[in-house]
Design a protein around this ligand. Structure first.
Ligand code: OSB
Ligand code: MG
Length: 369
């Protein structure tokens, strides 16, 4: 495929409900949409879902914008691709910058599957017709506010509830949710903010029958995390620690976790996400698809990925309405009783809402071959 044009758009959407993690709070998101246009005018859309600040990973919207403009777009225009995995290999020349690369990889998959008439999920190796959805709930002002959020999402049918935790917001909110909802599949996500000095907190959390404790320690603390996993009966799930396939090989060898959160953004795209799925599967490690509050384009890719057979736990692929009053696709993503249908039409299965995207675009760039 010859890429004739690359378009980059910075698009902003307000969240319907403010979201706070151990590192920061946000009420509005700015993501970058990547459009690859081939010589016949066919388009593939991808999304760079980086947070605005460097608190989840080292990337920011600004680093993604400049790396996309100055490095990824020129490489893509020059090399084109036969298979989406070929573009992934070309862009792997750029170290790190997974979120930025993921937007291009996703756009290549959307373009290739739109042109071939194949549903994206099928092209990736997906076998499910619908995927199980969970929700991720941020830190709230009070435990009552949190209980109200859990109640709402459980009533909507979501299959699993994940709670963000941080020092000062861990054992008590988890105890409150566990006692109010004794049978809800529950897990916690620390976003890497604890250290081995917090072993007592981890031990207490171990007593709540949680599905997993996600990213308890800092991303590179794989040895300490393996030591923690030995002391807990709850599975540790890795998120920020795994940015490359080799991180996963290291973690598997060390025993740093028993579950893997696969994020398309964090792995640098769908190509790497599928490889992580395959490697985890070979090691008997269950996976689920994490989210970065993607707009409809990025979340459509998450839904397609979640259709792969190793995704045996509910993914963070909530309906559009959990995040946005209006999403950027012509049709919102809908979760019914905690299930999201996997599109059977060509490509992503969701169309960008061009008018709405234009109204929400702050910056636009077009690079030509
Ligand atoms: O750690 O999974 C995370 C959002 C922003 C940054 C990090 C994380 C998250 C989420 C959101 O948990 C999940 C979603 O998209 O619903
Ligand atoms: Mg996480």
């Amino acid at each position: 495929t010859r890429i004739a044009t690359v378009q980059l758009r910075r698009v902003r959407l307000p969240l319907v409900h403010e979201f706070q993690t151990s590192s920061h709070a946000k009420r509005e998101l700015e993501h970058i949409l990547v459009t690859l246009v081939d010589a016949d005018g066919a388009e593939g859309w991808g999304e760079i879902a980086s947070p605005s600040g460097p608190f989840y990973s080292a990337e920011t919207v600004d680093t993604c914008w400049s790396v996309a403009r100055d490095h990824l777009a020129p490489l893509a225009l020059k090399a084109g691709f036969d298979q989406p995995s070929g573009l992934f290999a070309t862009l792997a020349k750029v170290r790190g910058n997974q979120f930025a690369r993921a937007g291009f990889d996703m756009a290549a998959w959307s373009l290739a599957t739109a042109v071939s008439g194949t549903p994206l999920a099928e092209a990736l190796g997906g076998t499910r017709t619908q995927v199980e959805a969970g929700v991720s709930l941020g830190i709230e002002a009070t435990i009552d506010d949190l209980l109200a959020q859990v109640d709402k999402r459980v009533a909507e049918g979501y299959r699993r509830v994940k709670l963000k935790i941080a020092p000062g917001w861990d054992v008590e909110p988890v105890r409150a949710v566990r006692s109010a909802f004794p049978s809800v599949p529950l897990h916690v996500d620390a976003n890497g903010v604890y250290t081995p000095a917090d072993l007592d907190v981890m031990k207490e959390l171990d007593g709540f029958g949680l599905l997993m404790i996600e990213q308890p320690y800092a991303p590179r603390a794989l040895v300490a995390t393996a030591e923690l996993q030995e002391r807990l009966s709850t599975p540790v799930c890795l998120d920020e620690s795994i940015e490359e396939l080799d991180d996963l090989r290291t973690a598997l060898r060390l025993g740093s976790g028993r579950i893997l959160n696969i994020k398309v953004s964090r792995m640098g795209g769908l190509t790497a996400a599928v490889r992580a799925h395959d490697l985890a599967r070979d090691h008997g490690v269950p996976v689920w698809c994490g989210g970065m509050h993607e707009f409809g384009i990025g979340r459509a890719a998450n839904v397609a990925l979640s259709a792969l057979p190793g995704f045996t736990l509910p993914s963070d692929v909530s309906g559009s309405d959990k995040y946005y009053a209006r999403d950027i696709t012509t049709r919102p993503i809908v979760s019914t009783a905690g299930l999201v249908g996997v599109p059977t039409t060509a490509g992503l299965g969701y169309e960008p809402d061009r008018e709405f995207i234009a109204a929400r675009t702050n910056d636009f760039l077009e690079l030509r071959r």
